[in-house]
Ligand binder design. Structure first.
Ligand code: DGL
Length: 273
């Protein structure tokens, strides 16, 4: 298989990264994609930089064993805590979701007051603030960690009164602070975007970094001259899924998120990589 025809590896701590995966399916229909969800070790958002970096290194080794040509870290927490170190060690192109999310918010805001929701690790890393302030020193970023959103999504409680109740409590301060833009700084959150929208109201524009991430990935492939321009052959499945825990549960949620039914996911022992 030529370099161009190889797959792109995409990973997250769990199912959230599928929000980026589905955007990549849409924007680059000729690319083969491999997804890894670290469902045995989710959540990453309450773990240390060292742990998340070690997990990310293992996943990258696994993805490289599958001969991927590039990697997308479809996880804000791993992008915030591990990308800087990891990109120096990785000999294939790699991007995360934080920079695309910051770029997208900077284009959307009109009053410069930008809300940011994410995991505890992402919020306390300060990485979104740093990038946004490099773009415009006048931006004001109001961050709020929403740790319960990830387990709610992993449990499939996408449209549920419990999720609405929790969102109301988490987002109350942000609503009071006159933000006009809200970055969903965790790839799990776009799955509950209707609930978030209901709570923050029509005037606040939601930013889903997935769209810009897929765009940036495409740009990166073009720049390195490794886009695949051959049609996927009829009968070939261009998408493959791997997890570190029970595959059936992942399959059920993946089928709620992706635009087509997946046949299954393979469980692998990620700690061996
Ligand atoms: N979906 C991930 C993120 O974008 C990780 C959530 C978690 O594992 O805590 O941050």
């Amino acid at each position: 298989m030529s370099e161009r025809e190889k797959a792109i590896g995409v990973f997250d701590s769990g199912v959230g990264g599928l929000t980026v995966f589905r955007e990549m399916m849409k924007q680059m229909p000729k690319e083969r994609l491999i997804f890894f969800g670290d469902t045995a070790r989710v959540p990453y958002g309450s773990k240390s930089k060292e742990t998340v970096t070690q997990y990310s290194r293992q996943i990258i080794r696994f993805l490289k064993s599958q001969s991927v040509k590039a990697i997308v870290i479809a996880c804000n927490t791993a992008s915030a805590l591990a990308l800087d170190d990891i990109e120096k060690e990785t000999d294939i192109p790699i991007i995360g979701v934080v920079k695309p999310g910051a770029v997208s918010a900077s284009k959307k805001t009109r009053n410069g007051k930008i809300g940011l929701i994410g995991t505890e690790a992402t919020i306390s890393s300060g990485v979104y603030e740093r990038l946004l302030h490099e773009m415009d020193g006048r931006f004001r970023i109001i961050g709020k960690a929403c740790p319960l959103f990830v387990p709610l999504v992993e449990e499939g409680l996408i449209d549920d009164p419990v999720t609405t109740e929790i969102a109301g409590r988490y987002l109350a301060d942000l609503i009071d602070s006159d933000i006009d833009t809200l970055i969903m700084g965790c790839t799990h959150y776009p799955l509950i975007k209707d609930t978030i929208k209901k709570v923050v109201g029509e005037k606040v524009e939601l930013v889903n970094p997935a769209y810009e991430t897929a765009l940036e990935c495409l740009e990166m492939l073009k720049e390195k001259d490794i886009t695949n321009d051959r049609e996927i052959e009829l009968g070939e499945t261009p998408y493959r899924f791997f997890v570190s825990d029970e595959a059936e549960k992942f399959k059920t949620i993946a089928n709620m998120i992706l635009p087509y039914g997946i046949l299954g996911a393979k469980k692998i022992a990620i700690e061996e990589y």
